[in-house]
Design a binder for this molecule. Structure first.
Ligand SMILES: *Cc1c(COP(=O)(O)O)cnc(C)c1O
Length: 469
């Protein structure tokens, strides 16, 4: 006990530490207050260690103390949001920021962020314009909708649509479509938030048109179809299609809404991929309103796109909620540029990174995997067994949940540390690298590793695998 007291008494004062030459020198690199904060933190660390019975002396050697302070300053000043090399193979990884933007979208964001723009000014008339003008026409042209609106994300789009169309009234939904998307988006809860009343019909696996018909009453406001984007009900099933709902809606004088979630503009099955309903098909099938994300299969910025009948969209545009969930100028810029890529059908699959990744062919992925393997072998310097072989990746973003995309993977089996240790070190590096751990190996998927990241990844592996302790 008294031993601890003596050690604690030995801890120097902050002022005293600030006079150490090497620590005073840090004030040339960092603001003084930050250095003081780091010194305080280092001294507090020593105090805690002594209190916990650690063997540390109260008074460290100046070199040791200044090394700790310098390390703390590095941690304090490095950005919290950092570049990550996505080696998971999940193309639309929500935790890693979903879609990577196209070069044209990046350029547009740069333009919008670095100067003023005509965000809400009509340059021809000199009058006030709408921030949705740059994208509404493009969305209509690409989807066949009469009108469109863009909000912060698809969750906001669903909330806005339900609140505008069905507040205080009933919305009929199939029990098989009460989905939960990651991050607490659940249809029943969003419904409650919007002030609409959920009227579930049918069974989990089967919902017939008659189930909807029987539920329609004078307080029904909307027939809702939710694309079960992140799961599939297979086997003995029956889903009532958007087309069938549209027919019932017309008979009953009710609008029909489809929450598509991933909302692709490209017909995936033409590309040999599992089918995803496109926005165009859904509009054509008769949906009055369609909502989908900007950063899922579309491959653009985070946004919620609402497309549909003009009369309905006009009502939404007037809602005060629209103002609360409006998009910023960088989103407008990135979304417009992304949508413009779709006008060039010959090049869109190459120009939009997520589409390029999803449609990457196996031969190319094999080539990339073999090249990456060679780089990593050099980088590991015999400290890991590295192999390349066939494997599969996922689309993510709640699209094509049952489809593994066939490709090639590189596996890294460290020889003198555990695979968990290696993956932690890679994650904490700069840039961070995130892969998949499976059977004592770290799997790295070239599908989602950007071309110029191969060499950076090799450098990251070299430093992670050689660092001791
Ligand atoms: C992803 C998804 C949402 C939520 O979209 P965010 O853009 O993440 O807000 C809503 N509905 C469905 C069906 C989805 O797949």
């Amino acid at each position: 006990m008294s031993d601890k007291k003596a050690l604690l008494r030995d801890i120097p004062k902050v002022d005293e530490v600030m006079k150490i030459t090497s620590i005073d020198g840090l004030t040339a690199l960092y603001p003084r207050e930050l250095v003081v904060e780091a010194v305080r933190g280092a001294l507090e660390g020593i105090r805690q260690s002594i209190l916990n019975g650690g063997k540390e002396p109260g008074r460290l050697k100046p070199e040791e103390l200044s090394a700790r302070v310098a390390a703390a300053l590095k941690r304090l000043t490095r950005p919290n949001l950092r570049r990550v090399i996505n080696a998971t193979g999940v193309v639309l990884h929500t935790n890693l920021g979903r879609a990577v933007l196209s070069p044209s979208a990046i350029e547009a964001v740069q333009m919008a962020a670095s100067g003023y723009s005509n965000l809400e000014l009509n340059l021809e008339s000199g009058k006030r314009g709408s921030r949705y003008d740059p994208v509404e026409g493009l969305i209509c042209r690409l989807t066949g909708a009469q009108a469109a609106l863009v909000v912060n994300n698809n969750a906001a789009a669903v909330l806005l649509a339900l609140s505008t169309l069905a507040r205080g009234r009933e919305v009929i939904v199939s029990r098989g479509q009460l989905v939960e998307i990651g991050g607490s988006f659940r249809i029943p809860e969003v419904m409650e938030q919007s002030g609409a009343v959920l009227r579930e019909v049918g069974a989990t696996n089967k919902t017939h048109p008659d189930d909807y018909k029987k539920a329609i009453n004078e307080s029904t406001a909307l027939l809702l179809h939710v694309h079960t984007s992140n799961y599939k009900i297979v086997g003995f099933t029956r889903e009532t299609s958007v087309g069938e709902l549209a027919e019932m809606g017309r008979e009953a004088g009710l609008p029909v809404m489809s929450d598509l979630g991933s909302g692709s503009l490209v017909n995936m099955d033409v590309l040999g991929l599992p089918p995803e309903p496109t926005v165009q098909q859904t509009i054509e099938a008769g949906a009055d309103v369609v909502t989908f994300s900007g950063d899922k299969l579309l491959g653009g910025p985070q946004a919620g796109i609402i497309a549909g009948k003009k009369e309905i969209l006009d009502r939404m545009k007037k809602s005060p909620m629209t103002r609360a969930v409006r998009i910023d100028k960088m989103t407008v810029a990135a979304l417009e540029a992304t949508l413009r890529e779709y006008l060039d059908t010959g090049r869109m699959l190459q120009n939009i990174p997520s589409l390029r990744m999803i449609t990457a062919d196996e031969g190319l992925l094999k080539e990339r995997a073999l090249a990456l393997k060679a780089l990593l072998e050099d980088a590991a310097g015999g400290r890991a067994a590295i192999e390349a072989g066939k494997g599969s990746s996922a689309v993510g973003g709640g699209a094509m949940p049952t489809a593994g995309l066939p490709g090639w993977l590189v596996s890294v089996k460290p020889l003198d540390m555990t695979v968990e240790d290696l993956s932690v070190r890679l994650r904490e590096g700069d840039p961070a690298v995130v892969g998949r751990v499976q059977d004592d190996r770290l799997l790295l998927d070239p599908r989602t590793i950007l071309k110029d990241e191969d060499i950076i990844l090799a450098g990251a592996l070299a430093s992670a695998i050689s660092r001791r302790g």
